[in-house]
Design a protein around this ligand. Structure first.
Ligand code: CA
Length: 400
């Protein structure tokens, strides 16, 4: 218990920590400049890039922001895989057909996936973020929370300037320093950015060909398997044991077939010995997906299961696949942090402990829900649906 209280105090302290003062920032940037010079970046680059750098309070605020509610899979997917985005993706697929065919031959990543990443990252280049990247990175490098990581990324941004790829003033990006059409962090840029249109320069802001080629180069570099899908929607048989779901366990397609799993159109999975995991992101009332090795590669781009499913599904739709056979229920409850904490407390009171009632929905909470559902004789999918929340008095939980 003492450990839990200590943890809560640490969380509270980090939330209340005052933002950096202007004087501290100037001193911090001076220190970063010295480090850049020691690491071999030229005095001219350090001067041009770091002299105009400014502290951005909105970056600190964005970094501190905690979502008030958990996002449901239905709402996450609904905002990202829209009819308009599918249509625009198909149009871009035709427009860039020749370029995309060349990229696929060289890197092994199919066109629809590249278009899907482009759509999810910047809505096909319509929004790169609006913050000078050197400001974002310097601000975060001078904030104690993740100073090491962002100091490294700031130095990488200086190396990009040093190479002459881009004027510092054109380096606009997200609050976290992600840049251009496909929102590359500077370290990813340095390793994977490629000249795709053959003009001898790399421009991830102005050249979709450079950005798409760089995305393919990045995906190949982090393990994309040519000739394999991301995964697919599947149908589960009645009475299916949902304890078999989760990215932490894999079975061959032959083993999934033996458990009664079929493709969403009812046809067999195929009998090869490919390994797959099962995901049910909206519980047993929503879609089920078998995911393959390329799913893990997508998660190396962005560590979110919802994101990786959205990339895969958007790619499928752009390539002409039908909508989900079992769309996620639209009325799934969206829980506030207080409600998640109340849920965790109620589960613990009934002997299904998920650790600290911290209001963060993670694997331990899912396991506790599954054990509770099993004890009730319900379908044990580990998903907090309305029935579970009513039984545990979380939705009406005015005392939470
Ligand atoms: Ca180029």
């Amino acid at each position: 218990m003492a450990a839990n209280i200590r943890k809560l105090l640490l969380i509270a302290a980090s939330l209340l920590a005052p933002a950096l003062l202007a004087d501290d920032f100037a001193g911090c940037v001076a220190g970063l400049s010295e480090r850049a010079l020691r690491e071999g970046i030229s005095p001219a680059t350090v001067k041009t890039a770091l002299e105009p750098v400014r502290f951005e309070q909105r970056v600190i605020e964005a970094d501190r922001r905690q979502p008030e509610f958990t996002d449901t899979f239905a709402s996450y997917l609904g905002r990202r895989v829209t009819a308009g985005r599918i249509e625009q993706g198909q149009q871009l697929l035709r427009q860039h057909a020749e370029l995309l065919a060349r990229i696929t031959r060289e890197y092994g990543v199919p066109p629809a996936y590249l278009i899907a990443f482009w759509g999810l990252e910047t809505n096909f280049g319509s929004y790169f973020g609006n913050i000078p990247v050197l400001n974002s990175l310097a601000t975060l490098a001078c904030d104690p929370r993740r100073a090491d990581y962002f100091s490294g990324e700031l130095l990488n941004a200086l190396r990009i300037v040093e190479r002459g790829d881009v004027e510092p003033g054109r380096m606009i990006g997200s609050w976290a320093g992600a840049m251009g059409h496909t929102q590359f962090m500077p370290s990813v840029y340095l390793r994977y950015a490629t000249d795709g249109d053959g003009d001898g320069k790399i421009d991830l802001w102005g050249s979709p060909a450079d950005a798409l080629t760089s995305a393919a180069n990045f995906l190949r570099g982090i393990g994309w398997r040519a000739g394999e899908r991301w995964g697919r929607e599947v149908l589960l048989p009645k009475g299916f044991d949902y304890r078999l779901a989760g990215r932490n366990q894999t079975r061959t397609l032959a083993a999934w077939t033996a458990l009664g799993v079929r493709r969403a159109d009812g046809t067999p999975l195929g009998s090869h010995d490919m390994e797959a995991s099962l995901l049910v992101p909206a519980g047993h009332q929503g879609p089920a997906f078998l995911i393959y090795a390329n799913f893990d590669t997508i998660m190396r781009w962005n560590r979110s299961e919802f994101y990786a499913i959205a990339v895969g599904h958007l790619a499928d739709r752009i390539a002409g696949a039908p909508p989900l056979r079992r769309p996620p229920p639209q009325d799934a409850p969206r829980l506030s942090r207080d409600q998640v904490a109340a849920l965790q407390t109620r589960l613990a009171e009934r002997g299904f402990d998920s650790g600290t009632a911290d209001g963060v929905f993670g694997p331990a909470t899912r396991a506790a829900i599954r054990a509770f559902q099993q004890a009730q004789g319900w379908i044990a999918d580990g998903y907090p649906d309305s029935k579970l929340l009513a039984a545990l008095k979380v939705l009406e939980g005015s005392d939470s």
